[in-house]
Write a protein that binds this ligand. Structure first.
Ligand code: ATP
Ligand code: MN
Length: 538
């Protein structure tokens, strides 16, 4: 636990239009934990963590994420069904209704930062209806010192009112919940949903516009850690592919588990001050660092407890997207501050439910650009409302829902930085082996870890291309052997025991790649187009 002195400063919310509120400013996480329990909004698990239910929403709702179309955004945002426009006047009206709703209530307010590099720090005031949402903000954002708090001047404001229900016809929303970014007023307005991920991903999305447009910095949906020699590794991947799991490694210092910036000064920095791990099927044997981070201060979401307060991590009766948030110092081996040098290795994580992508392969620069723009995974059920069955999914930059600009903007920056830094790029399939979802099994975590370790300690990087097999369908370089991994696991075709079925499925996937890539072709050079799969079904 960090040292906590009593905060004596008081603030008024009148200037936000929130009147007569009982303001709880900058309460300690202990106090927020206790208040949540007193109010019957949570219970204490046997580990000491606070367990809450987030309500109707147990995942983000991408169809209800809007951006106000104004002078700053209108010509820069890639508008469409990811970045849905919202009218300026409509926002003002809805904002007024939300602050009216929050008036006369007991409110929890917290000042915090995003971006661990002092040169990029963004000050944020988070205004919550619920105490546990405010404790989430304590866990996930960077915590100012007492001295910083004295002179704190908030630039962005998050207004979070889970109990406020919009009326779509009057308010211009799709349904009763919404998350709206306003870059002129610097407000993230969230209502109708208690899912905490909307708070962190709201600020992430704001930074994904601010950093590339104004600060020449590439924002990345990735985790990062650093080895004893100062070698940084970065792990891109969509939800459930293993960013949090694989970056939490006792032998390497954790920089962050989800959101980073890559600066023009050849450094990377974490945006956040905490981690937000999936806990479905969590076991101490497989993931001891995350398991032990679940103690007083951590917040468990949507898990089932038995009478003695033990969590059943296999119980997904509320959602598959069960989660825990904890401040980063709940992990033992962390990098302080949360920064690193240019990455030496970049991993693209994919949970391929088709079971056809090799568990590890090395990418050429054009393949790296192609796969970054494609952002393939199979959507693992749970993190998004409405997704129950796994399905193939392409999400540009491994994070399209959070990227306000056209994907080619981020791809160009990444390609340039990767070339300048001479990074090795690896594609890791943490998904299925021995057949597709339903037939095969998920890749063993210990094998994925062994593959990543083999890269990080130089065992694979030193090999020459004779030690690789160029995959006949995907064109990627598949190592023939890897320390700690049975050779038979390295070739997906071999694990299937049915060549014809394997190729049929592989072509089904490459066709999906080709179909998806069509919308980016005009933005990409011939070289990048050549980075795609080599064979398709006709
Ligand atoms: P999000 O963006 O939603 O935070 P994430 O990329 O951080 O997602 P994780 O929280 O790391 O994803 O989730 C990966 C899940 O898959 C964990 O529950 C982990 O236990 C499980 N898993 C099973 N097999 C593997 C594997 N081979 N590699 C990585 N994770 C695996
Ligand atoms: Mn994660």
């Amino acid at each position: 636990m960090e040292n906590y002195s009593q905060v004596t400063k008081t603030i008024s919310l009148e200037r936000y239009g929130i009147k007569n509120a009982k303001v709880n400013y900058q309460l300690s996480p202990e106090a927020l934990h206790d208040i949540s329990i007193e109010k019957g909004l949570g219970i204490e698990a046997s580990s000491g963590a606070l367990a809450v239910n987030t309500g109707e929403f147990t995942g983000r709702s991408p169809k209800d994420r809007f951006i106000v179309k104004d002078a700053i955004t209108k010509d820069k945002i890639w508008w469409g069904n990811i970045n849905i426009p919202f009218e300026v006047d409509q926002f003002d009206k809805l904002y007024n209704k939300v602050v009216d709703y929050l008036s006369d209530k007991e409110i929890f307010v917290r000042d915090s930062y995003a971006c661990a590099d002092d040169d990029y720090k963004l000050s944020i005031r988070v205004i919550n209806e619920y105490p546990w949402s405010n404790q989430f903000a304590y866990n996930m954002f960077l915590r100012p010192t007492d001295e910083e708090l004295e002179s704190f001047s908030p630039e962005w404001t998050v207004v979070n009112a889970p109990g406020f229900m919009a009326i779509p016809d009057a308010d211009g929303t799709r349904q009763h919940n919404f998350a709206i970014l306003n870059f002129t007023k610097k407000i993230a307005l969230i209502g109708g949903t208690g899912y905490t991920g909307e708070i962190k991903k709201g600020i992430f999305s704001a930074l994904n516009f601010i950093l590339p447009v104004f600060k020449d910095t590439l924002p990345m949906h990735c985790s990062a850690n650093v080895g004893k020699e100062g070698d940084t590794a970065v792990f891109f991947g969509l939800s459930g592919t293993g960013k949090t799991t694989l970056s939490t490694d006792p032998n390497r210092s954790l920089i962050g588990d989800d959101e980073h910036g890559w600066t023009k000064e050849n450094t990377i920095f974490n945006f956040e001050g905490g981690c937000y791990a999936k806990v479905i099927n969590l076991s101490r044997d497989n993931e001891p660092e995350i398991f032990d981070a679940i103690k007083k201060g951590a917040i468990l979401e949507n898990v089932i407890l038995d009478a003695s307060g033990h969590v059943d991590f296999e119980d997904i009766s509320i959602t598959q997207n069960t989660r825990v948030s904890y401040p980063i110092h709940h992990i033992e081996n962390i990098q302080v501050p949360s920064m690193g040098k240019n990455p030496k290795n970049i991993f693209f994580l994919t949970a391929d439910a088709f079971g056809v992508i090799p568990p590890i392969s090395k990418l050429t620069p054009s393949q790296a650009a192609y796969h970054f723009i494609s952002g393939y995974t199979a959507k693992v059920a749970g993190t998004e409302a409405g997704v129950k069955e796994p399905q193939p999914s392409f999400s540009a930059c491994f994070g399209a829902p959070f990227m306000p600009l056209h994907p080619s903007k981020y791809a160009e920056m990444l390609s340039k930085k990767m070339t300048e830094a001479g990074v090795n790029v690896w594609l890791i399939n943490t998904g299925w082996t021995g057949g597709p979802y339903g037939v095969g099994t998920r890749m063993k975590l210990k094998y994925t870890r062994a593959m990543i370790n083999a890269v990080l300690d130089g065992h694979l990087g030193l090999y020459n291309y004779d030690d690789y097999h160029i995959h006949s369908v995907f064109g990627v370089a598949q190592p023939r052997t890897c320390p700690g991994v049975p050779t038979s696991v390295l070739s997906p075709r071999a694990t299937w025991n049915d060549d014809e079925a394997y190729y049929t499925m592989a072509f089904k996937l490459t066709n999906a790649f080709r179909e998806n890539f069509k919308k980016f072709e005009d933005h990409c050079s011939e070289e990048i187009r050549r980075g795609g799969p080599q064979r398709y079904a006709f």
